[in-house]
Design a protein around this ligand. Structure first.
Ligand SMILES: [Zn+2]
Length: 170
């Protein structure tokens, strides 16, 4: 399973598209989740979203430290704290680039697992950041959309993407 990166025009455009809800959590979805977990671990990432592997579907996987990997299908953030925390973020689709991003420090998220069961969890710290970063991917948003124009242009420049040709969300 290949991971799309912003250095290729077509892949960048795909990363800027809004993913569709998964209607049926069947064997294909379970298989896709397993492949995503494998690609995420192989890439040394802590999160991976469907659009990053060319699947415009509302699914992402995370794996933080020694915890078991988790799969989130059709996730929705149901509450966020007013208090923000800041972490240095990176992205398998923007390899080698990092920037501090501020996001709500505590969130509640609802999603479905690969057995088709809904669950709700409340998370903070790094896990809250990773989940918000991955959920952004399902909406065509990259972490560089949360930083200053100057910093974003500098990162885009590393991939030979001109600021004017950075596509909007479709
Ligand atoms: Zn990412």
């Amino acid at each position: 399973m290949d991971i799309l990166t912003i250095g290729f025009e077509e892949q960048l455009r795909a990363l800027r598209r809004v993913a569709a809800p998964i209607k049926n959590i069947n064997g294909d979805v379970v298989h896709m989740a397993e492949e995503m977990i494998e690609a995420m671990i192989k890439g040394d990432g802590i999160g991976l979203a469907g659009p990053q592997v060319g699947r415009l579907e509302r699914i992402f996987t995370i794996k933080i430290g020694d915890d078991d990997p988790m799969v989130f299908i059709n996730p929705e953030i149901t509450a966020t704290s007013a208090e923000l925390s800041s972490y240095e973020e990176g992205c398998l689709s923007i390899p080698g680039q990092y920037a501090d991003v501020e996001r709500p420090g505590l969130i509640q998220i609802q999603a479905w697992n690969t057995r088709g069961r809904p669950f709700t969890i409340e998370v903070n710290d790094i896990m809250a950041t990773v989940i918000q970063h991955e959920l952004d991917h399902l909406n065509g948003i990259l972490f560089i959309d949360h930083i200053s124009d100057r910093k974003r242009e500098k990162i885009l420049g590393k991939f030979d993407v001109e600021a004017e040709s950075y596509p909007g969300v479709e």
